[in-house]
Design a protein around this ligand. Structure first.
Ligand code: FES
Length: 620
C-alpha cells in the first residue's frame, strides 16, 4: 500500500486551519503526520519518524539536498512555521513527530536560469516523423456493416495499423463529431484518433533534459518546431545523493531501490508535462512524442536499467544506442503510445546530454577547431575537429554549483553572482535582497579576483594577513583566521544583516580541485587532437553555469586555456536544445546516432598525462 497521500490545498489559510484542527494528538499515538509545504501548499501524510526531507521528496516539492541527507552541507534548511517547535531546521536531520506547516525557500531564479537560456541557432525543417491527418469516415449503415476500424482504414487510403488505445477510443470518437476525425500517425501506426478536425490545434511533443540536479522540459509544437513553453524542477532523486555515484550505489542495492529512483524521475517529468500541457491548453494525453537527453546514469535510472557496472572501471553501460519506447513502457503520463526517444550515450560518463550539445551546436559538422565545455554536476568536454569528435568527462561540478562550498548556494535571491576587488570589495547580488551566499559564478569571480589582487597565492593558499601589506587596508581587513581556519570575507555581517559571506581555505581547495580537473581534461583533449590553445577557433560554454560565468574570470583562474576572450561564447542550455532538435527532426535523430558512434571517448582515469596535467593545473 502506498504510505503517502498527497493533496493540493487551496490556500495557506486552509492549510493553517487544517493543522490547527488536527489538534492535540499525543506524540506516539499519531499514526500519521500531516505536513503542509509552503508556498505550494502541498500536503502529505507520512509516518512519524520520517525525515522532513524524505517527506518533502514524497510530496514531490522541490528543495535542495546536495549532500544527499548526510547532514554535512547545511543546504537543506526549511522553516517550520506551525508545529510543536518552529524555526529553521535541516530537513535531512529533522524527524517528523507531529503535524507541521513548513516553508521551503524558493529556487525560482535558479530554475528559470536553467530554462530561460538562449537556444543555439539552427536551420532545420521540422520533420518529426509523426503527423496529424484529418479524414471523414463513412458512417455505418445496413449497406456498410464494416467494423469501425475498417471504415477508418478505408478513409485513410494508406496502409496503417491501429494501436490498442486508438481502438479503445474509436467507437466514441467516430460518433462524437459525425465521423469526422483526426488521426495521429507515426509511420504506419495510428497512435490516436481525435474527434473532429484538430489539425489546427497543433501536434505536441516534449523535449526533456534530465540533469542530476535539475530536470528541464519544453513543450514543442512539432509541425513548426516552435517552443510553446518551458519548465523545470529539481530532480527529486537527490534524497539518495547529490552525485551519480551515490545514486548508482543506491540503485545497486536491488530492484526496489532502482524502482525508487526510476519512479522519482518519472514523477518529475510527469509533473512538468502536466504543467506545460496546462499552459498550452491541452491535456498531457495530447503529447504524442518525446525526446530525452541525460547523462548515462540518469538514462539507466529512467529506463530502470541496472546501473551498477557504470561505477567501477571499466564503466560499462547496459545500453549505448538510442532507445525508442512507448510512453507507457517508460511510465510517462503523456499519450500511452507516444514515441519516446532516449538519445544515445557516448560512454559511461559522457551521455546523451553531451550529444545534445554536439547536435545543437553542430560540432559534428565543424570545419574548424571548436572546444565545448559543459559544467554541471560533472564537467563534460568535447573537442570538435573536421571529421573528428573527442570527448571526456571529469568529476568537477559540485564546487562550481556551490554544493561543497561553505557559503555556496544556488543562483537564487541573495546569491552573490559577481565580485570585484579594488580598493574595496564590491559585488552584485541576485534579487533585491541582502547577500546570503555565493553561487557558482560568484565563487569563480571571487577566486579569480582574489588571485588577481594577491589575496590568494598561486598555490591557492590564502595570504596571511601579516604578509598582505600589498593589499589595500579595506581588503586586508577581510582576511581572517589562519591555517585551515583562514577565510576571506566577501560580505560582512553589517552588509548581510546576519552571518558574513566568505570563502574559506578549504573552499578554495575545492575550487582548485574542480578547476584542475576541468583544465586537465581540456589539456588532454587538445593534446590528443593535436591542437594548441591558440589554434582553437572557438570555445563554447554550455549549460546554465557556462552562461553566467565571466569569461575573463574563467581565463584568469586558469579554468580555460589561454585563448582570445573574443573566441569564448556561451551557448545556453545546448543539451536541452539538442533534445528539441531530436524531437522535431528524424534527420537530427539519425545524426545523433551517427555522432555517438563517431565520437572517440578518452577515459581520463587511465591516462597518466591526465594525472600530471591535473597536478600542474591545481595551481592558479
Ligand atoms: S545537510 Fe541536509 S542535505 Fe546536506
Amino acid at each position: 500500500m502506498n504510505c503517502v497521500e498527497i493533496f493540493i490545498c487551496n490556500s495557506f489559510i486552509v492549510a493553517l486551519i487544517a493543522v490547527g484542527n488536527m489538534g492535540e494528538k499525543e506524540l506516539g499515538q499519531m499514526d500519521r503526520c500531516r505536513i503542509i509545504f509552503l508556498p505550494e501548499n502541498v500536503q502529505v501524510s507520512v509516518k512519524p519518524g520520517m525525515t522532513l526531507m524524505m517527506a518533502a521528496a514524497e510530496a514531490g516539492v522541490e528543495f535542495e539536498g546536495p549532500c544527499g541527507g548526510r547532514g554535512v552541507c547545511g543546504k537543506c534548511k526549511m522553516n517550520i512555521v506551525e508545529g510543536e517547535t518552529t524555526g529553521w531546521v535541516l530537513a535531512c536531520q529533522h524527524k517528523v513527530t507531529t503535524d507541521l506547516v513548513v516553508e521551503i525557500p524558493q529556487q525560482e531564479i535558479y530554475l528559470s536560469r536553467k530554462t530561460a537560456l538562449t537556444e543555439s541557432d539552427w536551420d532545420i525543417e521540422a520533420d518529426p516523423g509523426i503527423v496529424k491527418k484529418n479524414i471523414k469516415v463513412e458512417p455505418p449503415s445496413l449497406s456498410n456493416q464494416k467494423a469501425d476500424a475498417d471504415r477508418l482504414l478505408s478513409a485513410l487510403e494508406r496502409p496503417a495499423q491501429l494501436k490498442l488505445e486508438a481502438l479503445r477510443s474509436l467507437p466514441h470518437v467516430l460518433r462524437a463529431a459525425n465521423h469526422e476525425v483526426t488521426v495521429v500517425m507515426a509511420g504506419e501506426e495510428v497512435l490516436a484518433v481525435e474527434a473532429g478536425n484538430t489539425v489546427a490545434k497543433g501536434l505536441y511533443g516534449l523535449a526533456i533534459d534530465i540533469g542530476t540536479t535539475t530536470v528541464v522540459g519544453s513543450l514543442v509544437e512539432l509541425t513548426t518546431g516552435k517552443t510553446i513553453g518551458a519548465a523545470s524542477s529539481g530532480n527529486t532523486q537527490n534524497i539518495f545523493g547529490a552525485d551519480v555515484i551515490s545514486r548508482i550505489q543506491h540503485a545497486a542495492k536491488g530492484p526496489k531501490e532502482l524502482g525508487q529512483l526510476r519512479r522519482r524521475v518519472v514523477q518529475v517529468i510527469n509533473r512538468l508535462s502536466e504543467k506545460l500541457a496546462a499552459t498550452a491548453g491541452i491535456t498531457p494525453g495530447e503529447i504524442y512524442q518525446a525526446a530525452i537527453v541525460c547523462n548515462t546514469t540518469m538514462n539507466h535510472l529512467l529506463l530502470g536499467l541496472d546501473p551498477r557496472h557504470l561505477a567501477p572501471a571499466p564503466f560499462i553501460p547496459v545500453v549505448a544506442h538510442m532507445v525508442k519506447a512507448e510512453a507507457k513502457e517508460v511510465g510517462l503520463g503523456i499519450h500511452p503510445h507516444a514515441q519516446v526517444y532516449v538519445l544515445p550515450n557516448i560512454a559511461g560518463y559522457v551521455g546523451a546530454d553531451t550529444l545534445g550539445v554536439i547536435l545543437s551546436t553542430g560540432l559534428h559538422h565543424v570545419e574548424k577547431s571548436v572546444l565545448a565545455v559543459d559544467i554541471g554536476t560533472n564537467g563534460e568536454i568535447v573537442l570538435a575537429l573536421p571529421g573528428r569528435l573527442l570527448t571526456c568527462s571529469t568529476a568537477a561540478g559540485p564546487a562550481f554549483e556551490g554544493a561543497q562550498i561553505k557559503c555556496g548556494m544556488r543562483a537564487q535571491a541573495g546569491a552573490i553572482e559577481k565580485v570585484q576587488i579594488d580598493e574595496q570589495v564590491t559585488y552584485e547580488v541576485i534579487g533585491d535582497v541582502s547577500p546570503k551566499g555565493l553561487c557558482g559564478s560568484g565563487i569563480m569571480d571571487a577566486v579569480a579576483e582574489m588571485f588577481r589582487v594577491g589575496v590568494l597565492q598561486p598555490s591557492g593558499r590564502l595570504t596571511p594577513k601579516d604578509k598582505a601589506d600589498h593589499l589595500p587596508q579595506a581588503v586586508r581587513e577581510r582576511l581572517q583566521g589562519s591555517g585551515a581556519e583562514a577565510r576571506f570575507i566577501l560580505a560582512t555581517s553589517e552588509e548581510t544583516g546576519g552571518e558574513p559571506v566568505y570563502l574559506t581555505q578549504k573552499d578554495v581547495r575545492e575550487v582548485q580541485l574542480a578547476k584542475g580537473a576541468i583544465r586537465a581534461g581540456i589539456e588532454v583533449l587538445l593534446n590528443h587532437g593535436g591542437v594548441s590553445p591558440e589554434e582553437l577557433d572557438e570555445v563554447l560554454l554550455a549549460g546554465a553555469f557556462g552562461s553566467y560565468i565571466d569569461k575573463h574570470s574563467a581565463l584568469g583562474m586558469g579554468l580555460l586555456p589561454p585563448v582570445d576572450p573574443e573566441k569564448i561564447r556561451a551557448v545556453g542550455n545546448a543539451a536541452g536544445a539538442g533534445a528539441k532538435l531530436a524531437l522535431i527532426s528524424q534527420e537530427a535523430r539519425q545524426e545523433a546516432a551517427a555522432a555517438a558512434q563517431e565520437a572517440q571517448h578518452l577515459e581520463l582515469s587511465t591516462l597518466s598525462e591526465f594525472q600530471d596535467a591535473f597536478i600542474r593545473f591545481l595551481n592558479f
